[in-house]
Design a protein around this ligand. Sequence first.
Ligand code: FAD
Ligand code: NAG
Ligand code: NAG
Ligand code: NAG
Ligand code: NAG
Ligand code: NAG
Length: 537
Amino acid sequence: MGSPRSLLLLTFPFLLLSVSSTFSFPTPELFTQCLEANSQNPIPFSTTFFTPNHNASFTSVLESTAQNLRYLLPSMPKPAFIFTPLEDSHVQAAVICAKKLKIHFRVRSGGHDYEGLSFVSLIEQPFMIIDLAKLRAIQVDIAHNTAWVEAGATLGEVYYRISEKSPIHAFPAGVCPSVGVGGHITGGGYGSLHRKYGLAADNVIDARIVDANGKILDRAAMGEDLFWAIRGGGGGSFGIILSWKIKLVQVPPIVTIFTVNKTLEQNANKILYKWQQVAPNIDEDLYIRVQMRVVNSSTPGKRTVQTSYISRFFGRADRLLQLMEKKFPELGLTKKDCLETSWIKSVPYIYGFPNTTSPEILIQRTLSGKMYMKAKTDYVRQVIPETALNSIWRRFMQDDEAVMTWVPYGGMMSKISESTLPYPHRKGVLFESQYVATWFDGEKSMQKHMNWVRRLYDFMTPYAPRFPREGYVNYRDLDLGMNHFNSTSFLRSSTWGFEYFKDNFIRLVKVKSEVDPSNLFRHEQSIPPLPLESFKD
Ligand SMILES: Cc1cc2nc3c(=O)[nH]c(=O)nc-3n(C[C@H](O)[C@H](O)[C@H](O)COP(=O)(O)OP(=O)(O)OC[C@H]3O[C@@H](n4cnc5c(N)ncnc54)[C@H](O)[C@@H]3O)c2cc1C
Ligand SMILES: *[C@@H]1O[C@H](CO)[C@@H](O)[C@H](O)[C@H]1NC(C)=O
Ligand SMILES: *[C@@H]1O[C@H](CO)[C@@H](O)[C@H](O)[C@H]1NC(C)=O
Ligand SMILES: *[C@@H]1O[C@H](CO)[C@@H](O)[C@H](O)[C@H]1NC(C)=O
Ligand SMILES: *[C@@H]1O[C@H](CO)[C@@H](O)[C@H](O)[C@H]1NC(C)=O
Ligand SMILES: *[C@@H]1O[C@H](CO)[C@@H](O)[C@H](O)[C@H]1NC(C)=O
């Protein structure tokens, strides 16, 4: 892959992109008139169109699924209007009219973007939002092991609707039930089943999207290059996903769940050192995530780190205990830590709810608490030595509200090649490490928490791969660089582009250049188009 990359880099500095920001923004009326003229079916604007001046509900619609409160601060740019399509033809009309009237738009499904890019534009104002929250039908077909799910559905809704039809069918995707299917799957999507079944994107068999011309394309119509790109290349670059056809996977009727907590005083370091060697290599039926947070120690006035091993096993407790005794006795799992339950009841638990939580919580779309948040991510490929863990804790304990999560890889993730889909973090990854700071007092303590995450990330540099240091497009991090849509934007994109996608970034740029050369679908970290001549050998 050496030659296309150098070619691409060579080409960067000579590019100029013409996205003019000097037009006058059309009035809402012009946009709705255009929608009416271009929609197959009538559009009831009273329930689908919101402007700040005319509609009291504008703010509640804007805030509805906006997960990271940092992007709702008063200092953040707000949309000029929001359109919430009720059917596919409305989405087509929105794309056609936004293009015609030169209205910059953002697309929102579940609103969980870490940097708020589905509802805030930092680089182009004014802008509007096309919000797919009302396009959320789910059709499960157990006989064929498939389902069609619309972009605005949440993961929790998908899991719940599948379980209504069958207790032994599931879909491998994220652990957070309120995440939207639209943004999630198009960025990859891992959860508690990726070691056994791969990513959500690995289990997609068809999709329907609206392209830059307002046309609806399915897999056959879009072709294999674009179908490849939308399964991991990240949201907001290639078109608007209307729905996915997903492949269902098998789960056993009874699973076992457990959580074991260990503080530093309880030998957390030794156990975590062992976990790094065990969790990525153990039986694919066993998933053990580690969540770390700062807590008060049993010694008054002192603080410590608590490591929580949150786990799920595809089988009964007896077999799990035998496996743990053999492979990971250091954790000291006992029968009374284990709870046998159904797959669907394990889903809220794996996210962090108590073991008594009923699965109905999965269809409450607003279940995860909103907060101010900043996160950064690494993929770790080498075991972090025990001694290094001690110094990590010293950095870690500088923030009270912080969480670090380590998610084991291996299993099926190692069996799929790096270029099969745009998501490249496969063979050789031991675990994904995420650093998250959360807070509740808005701008007041923001800088302190943001600094903490950045410092910890810097501190972790020696334990992360280099050239590139790997990151995850679904855990978007604007510190890695941003498009500005002027002559420097392509050069800038090469940092995050190679971190998120490794060499797949080149193929993504090529697909983008073919399907959206005028860069209609764009944001701070969208895939940039290049003139197609750049790809000639
Ligand atoms: C609390 C929390 C927990 C999470 N847990 C996990 C996890 O376990 N595993 C995991 O892999 N990820 C996880 N994520 C990350 C999540 O997968 C991404 O943030 C994902 O992009 C969210 O999708 P969304 O539809 O909710 O987001 P949105 O904010 O609506 O969209 C995200 C991006 O995709 C674009 N987009 C949205 N809809 C479409 C569409 N229909 N067509 C094209 N582009 C679109 C947006 O413009 C934006 O750029 C988590 C995030 C949060 C906040
Ligand atoms: C918003 O205001 C416009 C203009 O008054 C009106 O046409 C539309 O029906 C309102 N929409 C809602 C959802 O109230
Ligand atoms: C482990 O710690 C978490 C967070 O501090 C707590 O909510 C949970 O109840 C604990 N679980 C067990 C089994 O001790
Ligand atoms: C931890 O201890 C501090 C005082 O040292 C106290 O203010 C705080 O409430 C304690 N937190 C918890 C969760 O017990
Ligand atoms: C399940 O939750 C209950 C109530 O919080 C708790 O008492 C019990 O120990 C838990 N069981 C297991 C196996 O975690
Ligand atoms: C590109 O845009 C960014 C952000 O607006 C600005 O800082 C930078 O100077 C611009 N570069 C050029 C060459 O115009």
